[in-house]
Write a protein that binds this ligand. Structure first.
Ligand SMILES: C=CC1=C(C)c2cc3[nH]c(cc4nc(cc5[nH]c(cc1n2)c(C)c5CCC(=O)O)C(CCC(=O)O)=C4C)c(C)c3C=C
Ligand code: FE2
Length: 408
């Protein structure tokens, strides 16, 4: 997990952003004009390449990248009606992402009468394996019958909101939004800094629908455990190689060109009824998954990564049902905790379930539907958020986020 970012774009950005920040602060438009007038370079902090993940490449970082400890997931609604202002914002986000994943920060203009260009809390913290991954919701392509940004003809093949499921408790006001940003890092302050500044740079163009905050932790080389205490992510190993990723994760032929090397993100916010679970016997807990709690081994096996034999599993167990779907997905889930639910006095906590797949209609939706109707896990969970996004392929240096989508 490392790489060298372009020094030129990073340094250019340091200076350009200082002025862009000033333009925003003064409420001025024409940021692009101000920025393009600049060519002076400013040095950035030295950051260990070992803690950097490349922003540019065939695929976006943050999809098959080893999971970092912290995640923010933020849904944005575009309020601007202007395609060119949207593009300016995406260019700003691109420069900021490029800079941040390299551990840089925005240098101030030197004018003390203006707010600093960077919020400052990551100075000296380094890159912390920061990744910033972007996806587009169905509303980006068509909303209320309108093709707001001229993108409708380039809608990807399988992008649709996840249909309502039998056991759903989704808030009636929940909205997927137009753009999602998945921000992951091994330092929470670094991840939050990235989120906060994306919001800042979106000022006047896009607003936040919702933000989720996740965490996950495991010793090096071990599978992390979810809040039910079970190893979660074991089966990912089965496709964790370039060929496996092609079969499971990366978008297929037949997709618009901008989706080449991209993927679909399925998101479910799943509340886990911890108090109910904690009163459940170990046997019933293990029957729920069809795996042993401590070792993670499937029923009938001794070790975590031994193949699963479905005939050994309870027919309502989570893993049995996943296997029955005969589909694979790449899971990248994070735990979340909130406050105590004032109505029940119980903990509001659970799983921010994220999976990436090349075709959610074939891989994800039938699996979810089957699980929602038969899974023993449903006794202990409630699905309270739901969204689907199309995540473009990776960027070449010099391109901006969504360029291939917007400019075809
Ligand atoms: C629709 C897809 C899935 C949802 C939603 C989901 C929710 C969910 N899962 C766990 C805990 C575990 N899941 C495990 C395996 C597993 N889960 C899915 C899919 C969904 N999970 C798949 C495809 C698999 C892999 C099955 C296989 O091929 O073996 C496991 C077992 C260990 C592992 O492989 O990760 C656990 C534990 C929770 C708690 C949860 C919702 C709160
Ligand atoms: Fe699962």
């Amino acid at each position: 997990m490392k790489e060298k970012q372009s020094q030129v774009s990073r340094r250019d950005f340091l200076k350009m952003s200082a002025v862009a920040g000033a333009a925003f602060a003064l409420g001025g438009g024409g940021v692009g004009t101000v920025m393009s007038a600049l060519n002076q370079k400013t040095a950035s902090a030295e950051v260990s390449p070992a803690s950097q993940v490349a922003f540019y490449g065939t695929h976006q970082a943050g999809i098959v990248t080893p999971q970092q400890t912290y995640m923010y997931l933020a849904s944005f609604r575009i309020i601007s009606k202007s395609r060119s202002d949207l593009i300016s914002m995406l260019k700003e986000w691109t420069r900021f992402s490029d800079l941040s994943v390299a551990g840089g920060y925005r240098q101030s203009s030197g004018n003390e009468q203006l707010p600093p260009s960077d919020t400052g809390e990551t100075i000296d913290l380094g890159a912390s394996n920061l990744t910033m991954t972007y996806g587009f919701g169905a509303g980006f392509f068509m909303k209320d019958g309108k093709d707001r940004f001229g993108a409708a003809s380039r809608k990807p093949l399988y992008l649709q909101d996840i249909p309502r499921m039998p056991n759903d408790h989704i808030d009636a006001d929940f909205q997927a939004g137009d753009i999602v940003a998945q921000i992951c890092a091994d330092n929470q302050q670094v991840a939050f800094h990235a989120l906060r500044n994306l919001i800042r740079l979106a000022s006047g163009q896009a607003v936040v629908n919702w933000i989720e905050e996740g965490f996950i932790s495991a010793p090096e080389g071990k599978t992390p455990r979810n809040l039910f205490g079970f190893k979660d992510g074991t089966a990912n190993l089965q496709h964790q190689n370039p060929e496996g990723f092609n079969q499971v994760v990366w978008a297929d032929a037949g997709e618009p060109a901008w989706m080449k090397g991209g993927s679909y993100l399925a998101y479910r916010k799943i509340r886990m009824l911890l108090e109910v679970w904690d009163r459940t016997s170990l046997k019933a807990q293990e029957d729920t998954f069809g795996r042993a709690k401590e070792s993670g081994a499937a029923y009938g096996a001794k070790e975590e990564f031994e193949p699963v034999q479905s005939s050994e599993l309870p027919p309502t167990s989570h893993v049995f049902l996943a296997k029955q779907s005969r589909q694979a997905i790449h899971r990248r889930a994070y735990s979340y905790t909130g406050a105590i639910d004032p109505r029940t006095g119980q903990l509001d906590a659970g799983l921010l379930f994220l999976s990436y797949q090349r075709n959610p209609q074939e891989q994800f939706i039938p699996m979810l539907r089957m699980m929602q109707s038969k899974d023993k896990l449903n006794e202990y969970t409630q699905h309270i958020g739901s969204a689907m996004y199309a995540c473009p392929g990776g960027l070449l240096e010099g391109q901006y986020i969504g360029q291939a989508l917007l400019e075809g």
